[in-house]
Design a protein around this ligand. Structure first.
Ligand SMILES: [Mn+2]
Length: 292
């Protein structure tokens, strides 16, 4: 009987460079211990790697071939059984290693609670970063389930490094009253998905970029920011989401100023395969636009 899928190498497609030679370094953060609904994001890094082998190296949109980008795959961090605090610290160490070597970090989650670890990895320079997040959830809770490093607190933790005024969250359509009030009090900028539907992603991007001023930008993509029609395989899906083309527009607008990227919350047990494919494609679009 034929196997259902070809076997591919265990690294991200075309990540053939050594760490020392690489411009881009990808790594997996397979952590889903603080998940609040559906578990399984720990399987995402390998599914995204696998999916990437189905994508042509030549990008017809940008005209660039990914073979001209030097990418290294560090593999997965050994964090799946650790406490949230320990896992975030492991992410920080990995990110610091990549960033201090002058390379561009790309993390595959895992859950969104790992993102503050990368921001922490910028050390003193974190203060000069503006974070753009695409997410269905504002993730601005002080804590959740008695845990500060819960995935529902990701932007709150990032705000402690960069300041709440240096964050823009696009595409939200879920948050509790308390965190929405905290966000307003702290001048956290956000545009919900209903606003974006009415006014266009271009307007939201222009506002976010204006707020960023001259800061470098870190882009974190919680895949649930995209509508479940395009990205069904995620832990906490929310209807009325962004279009996948909205994400391309964000990438195109900010790529020249990007210092890092992560793609979080893909949940393979609830996927039909398309969400991992979309994630892999988005990673390659980011590499292509940052390189270009
Ligand atoms: Mn989310």
């Amino acid at each position: 009987m034929r196997k259902s899928m070809r076997d591919f190498p265990s690294y991200f497609a075309d990540a053939e460079a050594s760490f020392d030679d690489a411009e881009f370094v990808v790594f997996g953060a397979p952590y889903d211990q603080t998940c609040s609904f559906r578990f399984g994001t720990r399987y995402a890094p390998n599914e995204i790697r696998n999916a990437a082998w189905n994508i042509e190296t030549y990008n017809i949109r940008t005209g660039l071939d990914i073979k001209n980008s030097k990418i290294h795959d560090m593999g997965d961090l050994d964090i799946s059984a650790k406490s949230p605090t320990e896992a975030v610290e492991e992410v920080r160490k990995a990110a610091e290693k990549i960033i201090s070597a002058g390379k561009f970090p790309i993390m595959f989650g895992g859950e969104h609670s790992m993102t503050p670890g990368v921001i922490a990895g910028f050390g003193k320079n974190a203060k000069g970063i503006f974070v753009i997040s695409i997410d269905a959830h504002i993730d601005y809770r002080l804590e959740y389930d008695d845990e500060r490093n819960n995935h529902a607190c990701a932007m709150r933790r990032c705000s402690e490094f960069v300041g709440p005024k240096n964050i823009a969250v696009l595409g939200i359509r879920s948050g509790c009253l308390e965190e929405m009030e905290d966000a307003k009090r702290d001048s956290l900028f956000y545009r919900d998905s209903y606003w974006i539907w009415e006014n266009g992603i271009e307007k939201a991007i222009a506002e976010a970029v204006k707020r960023a001023g001259k800061r470098k930008i870190y882009f974190t993509l919680d895949i649930d920011g995209i509508d479940p029609a395009y990205a069904p395989g995620t832990g906490t899906p929310e209807a009325f989401g962004l279009h996948d083309y909205d994400v391309l527009k964000v990438i195109d607008a900010i790529a020249p100023r990007l210092v890092g990227f992560d793609i979080m919350e893909v949940c393979p047990p609830y996927d039909n395969g398309n969400t991992s494919m979309l994630a892999a494609k988005i990673v390659r679009e980011v590499i292509s636009k940052v390189k270009g």
